[in-house]
Write a protein that binds this ligand. Structure first.
Ligand code: HEM
Length: 373
């Protein structure tokens, strides 16, 4: 990992599922021997993933409590409510892409013109982030997933993000609106509520999880379909549902890489490998999707007609992704409209020239230049 920190990585489906269910694999950083021994510097690039106080870094009752308070504000009804707004955002972005293509003579980078603005607008609307703060929030969250930056830059970004979110909470406390930030401030469970730090940490988690992952699911899906025209035909003709294709992208090239971090509370055995106590463990949701033991000899092939498109891309069990419905809804509204509007869409550069993201956490490409046709 960055900074020469070593961790174990569960790379097979069996190892990941066993880890998710194992009582000896927990999220509390106090189980990490090297962290307790002061071997992890406070400016380690991934430190904010470790010291955070939100559901992603909690176990047991604390996890249940934080997740319950947040999911109160994050109901399926609220997600469904967003659908027509999502369609409007998608249509607006497609118009913007057409205008951009006219300006450039045909080539548009799909990532900043489509994949990024969709989830960033949705999540900013959901949390009541003001127009003037959106660009800044987007920049800060992007840096959050980038492990190629210096520790100083990572710390500075983190403080800027914290300051921006603290200001957002203060503004919503003074003037509550019909948004998730206001709902989280108000969320209560009898006498219990989120502390100020838990509130900001929960915002950091939901906003960053809601941005970067969905952006990369959209780009990875478009890249997969443009390099597998036969599969695209099956979608055009209606022989296969778009929702099935989205699940196959999640399995074959989902945006999840290795999610930090879990720790062994005692010696554990995962898929036949013994790991001592106090060790950090990364779960490879991406590699598990390509495991031939689970998905057969064709695991490495992108095939939207496969019988079983199940995957671990949104995790499983207690930490199952809280935003899975929202992400699926956005992508299922976006992709068919994109390909319907631009039936001649094609990659503008060879697929092998697309630069990979400098991240172990998310998997995707830096840019996706396409010709609209
Ligand atoms: C394609 C998009 C997405 C993918 C692939 C994804 C993936 C994941 C994964 C793998 C986890 C489990 C992490 C772990 O503990 O190992 C997770 C948790 C989580 N996700 Fe997502 N996510 C996506 C979109 C979203 C969205 C849109 C939101 C919110 C707006 C969101 C919010 C969360 C939250 C709050 C958790 C923590 C749940 C807990 O610890 O109990 N995610 N996500």
């Amino acid at each position: 990992m960055p900074g020469d920190v070593t961790a174990w990585a569960a790379t097979t489906h069996a190892a990941v599922t066993e880890a998710l269910a194992h009582p000896g694999v927990q999220k509390d950083k106090r189980h990490w021997r090297a962290f307790n021994a002061g071997e992890i510097p406070p400016d380690w690039p991934l430190i904010s993933w470790i010291i955070a106080e939100n559901m992603l870094t909690s176990d047991g009752e604390q996890h249940t409590r934080l997740r319950k308070l947040v999911s109160q504000a994050f109901t399926p009804r609220r997600v469904e409510h967003l659908r027509s707004g999502v369609v409007g955002i998608v249509e607006g972005l497609l118009d913007g892409m057409a205008a951009e293509a006219e300006r450039t003579g045909g080539v548009v980078d799909l990532k900043p013109h489509f994949a990024q603005p969709l989830p960033t607008t949705v999540i900013s609307d959901l949390f009541g982030v003001s127009r003037q703060d959106r660009g800044e929030l987007h920049r800060l969250v992007g840096v959050f997933f980038d492990q190629s930056i210096t520790p100083e830059a990572a710390m500075a970004t983190f403080f800027e993000l914290w300051t921006l979110l603290t200001a957002l909470v203060a503004a919503k406390r003074a003037a509550p609106g019909d948004d998730l930030t206001s709902a989280l401030i108000a969320a209560r469970d009898e006498q219990d509520r989120l502390s100020e730090d838990e509130l900001i940490w929960s915002l950091v988690l939901i906003i960053s999880a809601g941005y970067e992952t969905t952006v990369n699911l959209i780009t990875n899906a478009v890249r997969a379909l443009l390099t597998h025209r036969d599969q695209l035909k099956l979608l055009d003709s209606g022989e296969v549902e778009w929702s099935t294709a989205v699940e196959e992208v999640m399995r074959w090239d989902g945006p999840g890489g290795f999610v930090p971090m879990r720790y062994t509370t005692g010696e554990v055995e995962l898929a036949g490998v013994r790991i001592p106590a106090g060790e950090p463990l990364l779960l490879g949701y991406g590699s598990a999707g390509r495991d031939p033991e689970r998905h057969g000899d064709t695991a490495h092939l992108f095939d939207i007609t496969r019988e079983d498109t199940s995957h671990l891309g949104f995790s499983r069990g207690r930490h199952y992704c809280l935003g899975a419905n929202l992400a699926r809804m956005e992508v299922n509204e976006a992709l068919p409209r994109l390909f319907e509007r631009f039936p001649g869409l094609e990659l503008a550069v060879p697929v092998e020239d697309l630069p990979p993201l400098p991240s172990i956490i998310v998997s995707g490409v830096e840019s996706l230049p396409v010709r609209l046709g």
